[in-house]
Ligand binder design. Sequence first.
Ligand code: HEM
Ligand SMILES: *[C@@H]1O[C@H](CO)[C@@H](O)[C@H](O)[C@H]1NC(C)=O
Ligand SMILES: *[C@@H]1O[C@H](CO)[C@@H](O)[C@H](O)[C@H]1NC(C)=O
Ligand SMILES: *[C@@H]1O[C@H](CO)[C@@H](O)[C@H](O)[C@H]1NC(C)=O
Length: 506
Amino acid sequence: MAGLVMGVLTVLLAILAAWFLFFTRRRREDEPPLENGWLPYLGLAFQFGSNPLEFLRSRQKKYGDAVTCKIAGSYFTFILDPFSYCAVFRNGKNLDFQKFAIETSRKVFGHADFTDPKYNLTYEELHHIFRQTLQGPALHPLTSNMMENLQFVMLRSKTSAWTTEGLYSFTFRIMFEAGYLTLFGKDEKALRDDTERFEAHKVLIHKAMNDFKVFDKAFPLIVAGLPIGIIRGVKAAREALAERLQHKYLKKNSSISALTEQRMRYFDPVPYLDELGKARTHNVMLWASQANTLPATFWSLYYMLRSPEAMQAAKTEVENMLQETNQKSGDAEKPVSFSKDQLDNMPLTNSIISEALRLSSASIMIRIATENFTLTLDSGSKIAIRKGDRVALYPQMVHMDSDIYEDPEEFKFNRFLDENGQKKTTFYKNGRKLKSYLMPFGSGISECPGRFFAVNEIKQFLALVLCYYDMELQGDEALPLDNSRAGLGILQPKQDVLFTYKLKNT
Ligand code: HEM
Ligand SMILES: *[C@@H]1O[C@H](CO)[C@@H](O)[C@H](O)[C@H]1NC(C)=O
Ligand SMILES: *[C@@H]1O[C@H](CO)[C@@H](O)[C@H](O)[C@H]1NC(C)=O
Ligand SMILES: *[C@@H]1O[C@H](CO)[C@@H](O)[C@H](O)[C@H]1NC(C)=O
């Protein structure tokens, strides 16, 4: 309660102070067009927030390649021309990503400020761990563990009756548990042959899943600045998630991912960091590895189920792969297995996933200007950026551009296949080849280090449900996106959709 009163008072004071000191920023000659909006402090926050895509499209029509807007106390310069994106990605000297990322992460996850030298931590070292444990050779063990965990969850209930469930709920519970076990390891013996401990495991996962839902639901509000304490139950859920990720628990597990193992080793000797403090940083990994993957997996399966052609093509691809490796689908007693190299060679499934990502991704890329500097756009025009301002890119503008993607609202399962049935990488705007045409994982320095694993696990999921289940989607009206998470990554559906499934001939 005291938190709420303080929050309200702070906001009121901020508004008052802004009125008091009210002076609108004026555009300087070499700067992009400027919109301050009418509201003090908030500026254009509501107009932007209610529909970023429409907001930016209308500005592009009006101003062209770039515009600066005041939003919630900060000035954002949006680069609207996709050919100019690389000018932003390349300019690491004047545009900082870390500061913004760490501030946001601290606010949301409540971990320590690792930029404080007393912790003796560096962002570079943490980044190095991502690359080392989520990419290249590290993908082999990650993939085979995920394969095992997915099957463990899917084949646990061996009833062959038709079951009806929400598609989101189905995807969520399978991917969440499998992903959780893959990242943080498992008590192998308990899962195999000890009923009591197995039941305990199920309770634990169920609780973690619910805590994750509560926390993730409030995520947009906390990012927007609402103190976590004032939304009921959210802080408790976050802390409960972290609680379970303490080293004393993780150390007892086997098949822990290299990512978690190395992070544990890295954080263990850090001074001034208690056990819960370390666990909170692992909670960041839990969120990063699940929050986008879950809806992305949902949309991939949803669009595949809705399109008979996509479904048929995907089945054929999976069947060919089974044949090549002398495996048979549909036998729950003899689980199938695909290696990382085989998964790399599934262009059709890859195209389904890329297309689902294109349609559902709405992330924003933000950098903060460390100096006054000039950004040269693709057209050759130069725009001045002030120190402290944000430079922002909104890739959904590219993903939904009808000049780049014909009928951009439509799901076309083979959109990312070329005429040889291989991955298509040539997309054009105004007749010019475009370099950044699909950016669900961001780009440049902030590009998601888990992107290869993410696509892999979605592929595994799709391949396995095709192997094990007969599936049918209920109803055929198109499912709307929930735009309240625009800016934060993959959008979720507004509501769940029912589907029926059953294990094949068991
Ligand atoms: C479809 C699934 C996923 C999508 C769409 C996605 C997207 C993104 C995006 C857009 C960013 C950059 C955020 C920014 O620019 O501020 C990011 C960062 C990150 N992602 Fe992912 N991600 C996915 C899955 C994963 C998975 C499975 C993992 C790990 C196992 C992961 C780990 C991370 C990490 C650690 C970062 C922060 C990197 C940094 O601090 O620079 N992501 N992700
Ligand atoms: C800081 O960390 C580095 C390696 O990460 C280590 O070699 C060094 O001894 C640490 N310094 C202190 C004061 O703990
Ligand atoms: C094993 O890992 C899980 C996370 O997958 C964790 O919740 C659990 O506490 C760990 N320890 C044991 C003994 O199961
Ligand atoms: C940056 O530019 C602003 C506005 O153009 C100016 O007021 C300020 O003094 C400049 N700062 C530096 C450090 O040059």
